[in-house]
Design a protein around this ligand. Structure first.
Ligand code: FAD
Length: 384
C-alpha cells in the first residue's frame, strides 16, 4: 500500500494551492454577492492548466490521472468552494465527450472547457423526476439529421450562464424507462431555448435554474453514445464526479477546521485558551479524524478509477458521506467561534450554505445508499 503522492502530483497540488490561496480565497465572501462566475478568472485558470488536466491532450487537457484531478478540486475548493464547480463540471462533461462524442465535437468543446472559454452544464433533472432519473420526459424526436427537443430541465447548475449543456432526453417511448434515454451536447444559444435562475441559499456564482426547450433543433451529430443508451453509457461518468464532489466538500471543511484551530488557540475564556477545554478541542479532533477518513475514501475511489477497477460503490460512499461530514464539521467550526461565528463577516455561514447544496445535487444520500446496496446484492435491493 502506498499513500504518498508522486513528485508530479505534489508539484501540481502546490501550483493549485498557490493559485487558490492568492486568487480565490481572499474574494470568496465578496463573490457571494455576485450572480455569475468572473470569466476572466476562469480563463486564467484555463491558461494555467487548472481546469480539466485529466482530459486527453487531443481535447486540450494534459492527460493526467484522476488522483491529480482530485488534488486540484480539493485545492480550488479550499479557496472558493463555488469556483470548484468549474473543474467538476468541465471534468464530468469533458469525460463524457471524450468517451461518447464524435471526435470533432469532443475536440472543439474539450479545448473550450480546458481553456476556460466555455462553461458546460449537465441537464438531467426535470420538474417531475429527480432521483427517479430513468423516467425523464424531455422529448427528443428524430427529424432527418436533427433531433427536435421539447420540454423542461430544472435545478441545473450554471443554467443561466452555461454556453452548452449535456442534456439527457427521451428518444424512445414513455414505457421504455432508462432504455429510451439518449444524451446530447446542446449549445445553449440554439433558437427555442429559454432560461431562468433560482434564488438559492448558497453557491450564488454557480446559480441553479431551468432550461426550457421549444422545438429546438439539435444536430444528430451531437448525440453522445448510441440512441437509447444515454442512461446506461453516459451516466457511468458520474462515478468520477462523485469522488470529486466529496473532495469539493472536504476542501471547504478542511480550511474551516484550520481557521478554527487557530481561533481556539487564541481566544480566551475563564483565563485560558478555549482549546484547553475538551468540550472545544474534542469535537475538532473528531472532525479531523472524520475528515481524514472521508478524504482517504475519495482518493481511494480515484485511485481505483486510475487502475481501471470498479468503483461505483465507493463513489456513492464518497457522495453521501463527504458532504454530510463537511456540513457537520463546518457547523462545529461555526459554533466554536461563539457569537462571532453567526456573523456574516466570518466565512462559516457561507460555507455551510454552499456545501449543503451538494448533499442534494448529483443525488441524495438515500439514492447513494441504494446504489451501494445494489452493488453488494444486485437489483433485489432496488425498490423498482
Ligand atoms: C445545489 C444543487 C445542484 C444541482 N445541480 C444539478 C445539475 O447540475 N444538473 C441536474 O440535472 N440536477 C442538478 N440538481 C438536482 C439534483 O440532482 C436533484 O435535486 C436530486 O437528484 C434529487 O431529486 P429531487 O430534487 O427531484 O428529489 P426527489 O427525487 O423528489 O426526492 C425527494 C426526497 O425523497 C427521497 N427519495 C426519493 N426516492 C427515494 C427512494 N427510492 N428511497 C429513499 N428515498 C427516496 C430523496 O432522497 C429526497 O430526500 C442539483 C440540485 C442541487 C440542490
Amino acid at each position: 500500500m502506498e499513500f504518498a503522492l508522486t513528485p508530479e502530483q505534489e508539484r501540481f497540488r502546490d501550483t493549485a494551492r498557490a493559485f487558490s490561496e492568492r486568487q480565490l480565497r481572499p474574494q470568496y465572501q465578496a463573490r457571494d454577492k455576485e450572480d455569475a462566475l468572473d470569466r476572466t478568472m476562469v480563463r486564467e485558470m484555463g491558461a494555467l492548466g487548472l481546469i480539466a488536466p485529466v482530459l486527453p491532450e487531443a481535447m486540450g487537457g494534459l492527460g493526467l490521472d484522476a488522483v491529480t484531478m482530485g488534488l486540484l478540486v480539493e485545492e480550488v475548493s479550499r479557496g472558493d468552494f463555488n469556483v470548484s464547480y468549474v473543474q467538476l463540471l468541465a471534468c464530468l462533461n469533458g469525460q463524457i465527450l471524450a468517451r461518447h462524442a464524435a471526435p470533432q465535437v469532443a475536440a472543439e468543446w474539450g479545448h473550450k472547457l480546458c481553456r476556460g472559454e466555455a462553461l458546460m452544464a449537465l441537464a438531467l433533472t426535470e420538474p417531475e423526476t429527480g432521483s427517479d432519473a430513468a423516467h425523464i420526459r424531455l422529448k427528443a424526436r428524430a427529424d432527418g439529421d436533427h433531433y427536435v427537443f421539447n420540454g423542461e430541465k430544472t435545478s441545473i447548475s450554471f443554467a443561466h450562464q452555461a454556453d452548452a449543456a449535456v442534456v439527457f432526453a427521451r428518444t424512445g417511448g414513455e414505457g421504455d424507462g432508462a432504455h429510451g434515454v439518449s444524451a446530447f451536447l446542446v449549445p445553449l444559444d440554439l433558437p427555442g431555448i429559454q432560461r431562468t435562475r433560482f434564488d438559492d441559499l448558497g453557491s450564488h456564482i454557480v446559480g441553479r435554474g431551468s432550461l426550457f426547450f421549444e422545438d429546438v433543433r439539435v444536430p444528430a451529430a451531437n448525440r453522445l453514445g448510441q440512441d437509447g443508451h444515454g442512461f446506461t453509457q453516459v451516466m457511468q461518468g458520474f462515478d468520477f464526479s462523485r469522488a470529486l464532489i466529496g473532495l469539493q466538500c472536504i476542501g471547504a471543511a478542511a480550511v474551516s477546521l484550520e481557521e478554527t484551530w487557530s481561533y481556539v488557540a487564541e481566544r480566551k475564556a475563564f483565563g485560558q485558551p478555549i482549546v484547553r477545554f475538551e468540550g472545544v478541542s474534542f469535537p475538532l479532533a473528531e472532525a479531523e479524524t472524520q475528515l481524514e477518513a472521508a478524504r482517504l475514501l475519495c482518493y481511494k475511489t480515484l485511485w481505483l478509477k486510475d487502475q481501471g477497477r470498479p468503483h461505483t460503490a465507493e463513489a456513492a460512499m464518497c457522495k453521501w458521506w463527504a458532504p454530510k461530514t463537511a456540513v457537520e464539521i463546518i457547523h462545529a467550526c461555526l459554533l466554536s467561534h461563539g457569537h462571532g461565528g453567526y456573523g456574516k463577516e466570518t466565512p462559516f455561514q457561507q460555507r455551510l450554505r454552499d456545501v449543503l447544496g451538494l448533499e442534494i445535487g448529483d443525488g441524495t444520500a438515500q439514492i447513494m445508499k441504494l446504489i451501494i446496496a445494489r452493488e453488494r446484492v444486485g437489483r433485489v435491493a432496488v425498490p423498482y
